[in-house]
Design a protein around this ligand. Structure first.
Ligand SMILES: Cc1cc2nc3c(=O)[nH]c(=O)nc-3n(C[C@H](O)[C@H](O)[C@H](O)COP(=O)(O)OP(=O)(O)OC[C@H]3O[C@@H](n4cnc5c(N)ncnc54)[C@H](O)[C@@H]3O)c2cc1C
Length: 465
């Protein structure tokens, strides 16, 4: 049974930055007279949970890596809704900005006078909650854990468990999956209290920060590994940390205007014209296995953090309960003894997709995609303009896997305002505008005469099929 044409139902799994971006944009489109989908956010914990200490992804005090001005409306450059409407959307979206959040909380002048410091993750979570309070009238928040995504009669059956243990199934025409996905953890690692994942490390941070002595091996060379090394290395100079890096060195990511602007606006950077290999090179040079410049500077100041060239292959526990770590480098093997081992080898978003999809839904999707397995590669190759798996019904939006096909900024915080346009364009069409808020439009025309710079190349409104 599908909903009447006019009211599509969109479910967003997770109430983090991407969900808030979609909710804020939908709220502005509704105000302006567009017919928007019925949006439900399903969150197992709280708004912005992954940016809070209890999530296991951070201790809350870490600094946000991206500028907070890359907020839920950034880059304030809509281009899917028709030229004059785009700039009115850009204008209205500003009320959800980071600056407005600070103004609302009387913190703006202080932030400026402090030199616009990077907010902590907890402050970023507070910002997301502030955005939620402004849109909660337009969307529904269903607090529950998504257990399974099933497909029946061409629509999603989203099976959830509420905090009090009730099973509730919601129907939807489209689902957006958010969040980094499953923490990668090699299967052959012994289950040992001193062998940790990223979440188990952050939950035990205070214990590690007070250790009298110890040696820690950190497997992984990306931003998450750098964050762990920098925060623990600084908090506890008595411990020795070795970052085991397959590239034999740690690299800082390029943060020049040119590189940053590709994240903000892939169209201006002709992303879709680049070869796939060049796109992959760009992403590995600027995002995968690289440290932000700020993080690299922090690490370079620490005397108790070393880089060990090599690829982690194995860990065993010896008779003295020490961790014996095997490292492969230059076709040789090296053994090192450590007290603790932390795996920060990134996240597997395709793993999350496979875990949530029912067997039937997986089979249905594989048949529609013409694929044999749902892997990062098979999914990445089929992400369309709506950040969804191409030609798949019901719609499955995977922004975390949209980097290669649509632009490197979609998986992260680089262009949340653009992400919301792409996702909502699947459900909202320019024709759906019933009573455009002309009174408001007049006001903005005055403020924004049409003879200014005319937006991005794509000015023709996209027709959702
Ligand atoms: C610690 C950390 C710091 C990062 N810092 C940056 C940065 O500075 N800049 C940047 O660009 N990128 C950063 N990233 C990478 C990336 O941007 C983020 O992972 C991502 O964008 C976060 O936004 P999100 O909306 O996708 O999801 P998240 O904020 O990760 O939220 C996902 C939500 O989904 C919920 N959830 C998960 N599974 C279920 C389920 N089964 N049922 C119900 N709810 C569920 C979680 O509770 C969580 O609240 C960081 C990632 C991490 C982990």
């Amino acid at each position: 049974m599908t909903a009447p044409e006019s009211t599509k139902r969109l479910i967003v799994v997770g109430a983090g930055p991407k969900a808030m971006a979609i909710a804020a944009k939908a709220s502005v489109l509704r105000e302006m007279g567009f017919r928007i989908p019925e949006i439900t956010l399903i969150e197992q914990h709280s708004i912005g949970h992954h940016w809070k200490p209890e999530s296991g992804f951070t201790n809350g005090q870490l600094s946000l890596g991206t500028s907070p001005e890359k907020d839920v409306g950034f880059p304030y450059y809509s281009f899917l809704w028709g030229d004059s409407i785009n700039r009115k959307i850009n204008y209205r979206m500003q009320r959800f900005s980071w600056q407005n959040h600070l103004v609302d909380n009387h913190e703006y002048s202080e932030w400026i006078d402090r030199g616009k410091p990077a907010p902590t993750h907890t402050q970023w979570a507070n910002y997301l909650h502030w955005v939620f309070k402004k849109v909660e009238g337009d969307i529904r928040l269903h607090q529950a854990r998504v257990e399974e995504l099933e497909i029946a009669d061409g629509i999603w059956q989203v099976k959830t468990t509420t905090p009090d243990g009730n099973s509730v199934t919601l129907e939807a025409d489209g689902v957006v999956l958010t969040g980094p996905g499953e923490a990668k953890f090699p299967f052959h690692v012994p289950n040992h209290p001193r062998v940790l994942t990223v979440p188990s490390f952050w939950k035990a941070f205070s214990h590690y920060a007070t250790l009298e002595r110890g040696s820690i091996a950190l497997v992984g060379a990306g931003e998450t590994a750098a964050t762990i090394a920098a925060s623990l290395g600084a908090a506890n100079p008595r411990i020795q940390m070795d970052i085991i890096s397959p590239q034999a060195m740690t690299f800082s990511r390029g943060e020049s205007f040119a590189e940053n602007h590709v994240y903000t606006d892939p169209f201006q950077a002709n992303w879709l014209q680049l070869t796939r290999q060049d796109r992959k090179n760009f992403i590995s040079r600027t995002d995968r296995g690289v440290f932000s410049v700020a993080m690299k500077q922090e690490l370079d100041r620490l005397r108790n953090v070393e880089i060990v060239p090599g690829k982690f292959t194995k860990v065993t526990v010896d008779s003295l309960d020490q961790l014996v770590v095997q490292i492969e480098y230059n076709s040789g093997e090296e053994t090192r003894i450590y007290d603790h081992l932390i795996f920060s080898a990134g996240f597997d978003h395709a793993g999350l997709v496979n875990r949530l999809l029912s067997r039937n839904a997986q089979a249905d999707i594989l048949r529609q995609m013409g694929e044999i397995t749902l892997t990062t590669r098979s999914l990445e190759n089929q992400i369309d303009h709506f950040l969804a798996v191409e030609k798949l019904t019901p719609y499955l939006h995977l922004p975390m896997l949209a980097g290669l096909n649509q632009g490197p900024g979609f998986p992260n915080l680089s262009c949340l305002g653009r992400l919301s346009d792409h996702v909502l364009a699947r459900y909202v069409s320019v024709e759906s505008v019933t009573n455009l808020d002309n009174h408001f439009l007049a006001g903005v025309d005055e403020a924004f005469p049409l003879d200014g710079p005319s937006g991005t190349p794509h000015t023709t409104p996209v027709r959702c099929v």
